[in-house]
Write a protein that binds this ligand. Structure first.
Ligand SMILES: Nc1ncnc2c1ncn2[C@@H]1O[C@H](COP(=O)(O)OP(=O)(O)OP(=O)(O)O)[C@@H](O)[C@H]1O
Length: 623
């Protein structure tokens, strides 16, 4: 066969159903598309006016009206924009996927910037057929001496066009709603949809409910626009007050808790991006963080929480981001591989880090005040995004057992002589109070790491920082807590230790129990458990991720029981030969339970035994 070249042809009978049914996943998109077209029509007219291509009445107010008539089953989208001539309808409407927006930009490319024109593909108009069984266009062009046009299409592939009756410049698109769209005949639903997509559109939008049912409807006639034409993020940061930011936050997210602080993003080059990111107050009641980042394109809502554009950890924040350079019909698989999108994401993450560093450096006190709310978010960010970690590393705080906030460097500097490169931490300040007391009594510091994110966070820090290690307060018996002894007393201690180990193993019926006898400086503490950091982390991991085929018991160890030789109970166990065996056994079991209580949660059986033994001991005291 000879080599041939040609144009692919499309049969409208086949392609039309695809556009109507599958182009957009959400039915409500037609609202966004038709209001965007109306907005484009006004923008174009205004641009022509600035180019002196058309003279406009300076008094004229530009607006978009959405009129609902439930009885007639119609929704009209009406604008006083540029309008269309019959030639333009033939070109832009009858030819599917021929965009008048693109055409306009090409025609005026030297005189007009791309700003604010939303349309792009030349398909949006046809989304009307997702909900309508018939669509009419009543339009009149701004061009003098042109006739109005009435265009009608009942959803098939034919249309009718005739001279229309519209007197004023602009366009009315009337949708005769079919079964598939009947939910939009409800004023509340329609209003919600307009709110969702159009609340920041650049021209005033009014919703009017007409007809019989309107009187009974809860929605009164709209006297004021339902949108804000210049949302705060479009303004220069220097023009906005704290009150403005707070009001915008409350209105946009319906969250009446004040945000902690915010970041106003305002970038023109190399891409255009505007927005405000808010750090919300944590919902302490449920300890959850529910973020919401709304993505806009030229003031038209695109979607919530698009994690391909916004770094995943930032989705914990609340905010709006407007990026006109992103296509409206964002396909997520497209975004995932897009270098431009990655740049946006890097920019946002950098801005957040800059803000945090700025607050840390210049307003440390308030930054410390925010720390409880923002720390899970920052830690999550450092785990998800290496660059973010490098950027904010120096502004990460740790709360100490003395209720102070220190950086890692500050903590390590203070601890340099006592435990170089080692951070002691507490995961539950109530349960581990015993150990905290010990630390405080010996002038040692530890930090509180009580959130679930802290375990992976410290592992990450250890992997990044050579020699740095974290150890829970009960992972080792610090040398500071012990009294020094001479050789003779050490030999005696070892002998007693063996004796006590045998005794405790017998009483507790635990052949593996490790017992150590120590002369501790603190006489009040009788017993405690220590469990090496590695073993505990292994156990925690097994608990968290399940055993994955391994026997969890493999890693189970109860740690080492430390007995304080300087405590009267322990010294009695060693020296008192006349102690009744049942009393002695009870003391052993109790010393063990008391140590366990400060270290972990007792099992229900162990707790039951502990309580009944306590009662028994108290009863003996009385009798
Ligand atoms: N209300 C209107 N007033 C004037 N022209 C309109 C109006 N609605 C549609 N048009 C014309 O019809 C064209 C096609 O509209 P359509 O919504 O299908 O595509 P688009 O807006 O160009 O791109 P997109 O598919 O991204 O929305 C528009 O570009 C515009 O020229």
């Amino acid at each position: 066969m000879n080599q041939q070249k040609g144009n692919l042809s499309i049969h409208s009978e086949n392609i039309f159903p695809i556009i109507k049914k599958w182009l957009y996943s959400d039915h409500d998109i037609f609202v966004r598309e038709l209001v965007s077209n109306a907005s484009d029509a006004i923008t174009k007219l205004k641009k022509l006016s600035t180019m002196k291509e058309v003279a406009l009445d300076s008094e004229e107010s530009f607006k978009i009206e959405v009129r609902l008539n439930e009885a007639d089953k119609t929704i009209v989208f009406s604008d006083n924009g540029i309008g269309m001539t019959d030639e333009e309808i033939k070109k832009y409407i009858n030819q599917i996927a021929f965009s008048g927006a693109e055409d306009f930009l090409n025609t005026y490319k030297d005189k007009s910037d791309k700003d604010q024109i939303i349309g792009h593909f030349g398909l949006g108009f046809y989304s009307a057929f997702m909900v309508a069984e018939k669509v009419e266009i009543h339009t009149k062009s701004y061009l003098p001496n042109t006739d109005p046009v009435l265009w009608t299409c009942d959803g098939g592939t034919t249309f009718e066009m005739e001279t229309g009756s519209r007197e004023h410049r602009g366009t009315d698109i009337t949708l005769f709603i079919g079964d598939e769209g009947k939910s939009f005949l409800n004023a509340y639903t329609l209003r919600q949809t307009l709110d969702k997509y159009c609340s920041f559109m650049p021209y005033e939008i009014y919703l009017t409910v007409e007809g019989e049912e309107a009187k009974e409807d809860a929605e009164p006639q709209e006297a004021k626009p339902l949108n804000t034409t210049t949302p705060l993020y479009m303004k220069m940061p220097s023009e906005c007050t704290d009150e403005d930011y707070k009001d915008f936050y409350q209105a946009t997210f319906k969250d009446f808790k004040e945000p902690l602080f915010w970041i106003h993003l305002n970038m023109d080059y190399p891409f255009n991006l505007k927005g405000i990111l808010y750090f919300p107050k944590l919902n302490t009641e449920f300890d959850t963080i529910e973020g919401q980042i709304k993505l806009y394109n030229s003031q038209v809502f695109v979607a919530d929480n698009i994690k391909e554009v916004i770094p995943e950890f930032l989705l914990l924040l609340k905010g709006v981001i407007d990026c006109p350079d992103l296509p409206l019909n964002v396909s997520r698989s497209f975004l995932q591989n897009d270098g431009f999108v990655r740049k946006i994401s890097t920019y946002i993450s950098k801005k957040v880090a800059d803000k945090l560093n700025g607050l840390f450096k210049t307003e440390r006190e308030s930054y410390e005040g925010f720390w409880e709310d923002i720390n899970p978010f920052i830690k999550f960010g450092t785990l998800k995004d290496e660059k973010f970690f490098e950027n904010v590393e120096k502004s990460i705080l740790f709360k100490t057992i003395q209720d102070q906030y220190v950086t890692l460097d500050e903590y390590l500097a203070e601890a340099l002589d006592k435990h170089e490169n080692k951070v002691f931490y507490v995961t539950d300040h109530i349960q581990q109070a015993q150990y905290i007391n010990l630390f405080e009594a010996h002038d040692l510091n530890a930090v509180l790491l009580e959130h679930t994110i802290d375990a992976p966070f410290i592992s990450m820090l250890e992997s990044k920082k050579e020699n740095l290690s974290f150890a829970r307060v009960d992972s080792d018996l610090n040398e500071f807590f012990k009294e020094a002894g001479d050789a003779e007393s050490d030999a005696e201690k070892t002998k007693n230790e063996e004796k006590l180990q045998t005794l405790f193993r017998d009483v507790l019926e635990n052949e593996k129990l490790e017992v150590k006898l120590e002369r501790m400086k603190n006489n009040d503490l009788s017993s405690m458990i220590i469990l090496s950091e590695e073993s505990r982390r292994m156990q925690d991991m097994m608990r968290m991720y399940g055993s994955a085929g391994l026997d969890p018991k493999m890693f189970e160890t109860n740690g080492t029981l430390i007995l304080n030789a300087n405590h009267v109970l322990v010294s009695n166990l060693i020296t008192n030969e006349t102690l009744e065996s049942s009393t002695r056994d009870m003391i052993c079991a109790h010393l063990y339970d008391l140590a366990m209580l400060s270290h972990t949660q007792l099992s229900p059986e162990a707790m039951t035994r502990f309580v009944s033994r306590s009662n028994l001991l108290l009863t003996r005291l009385i009798s």
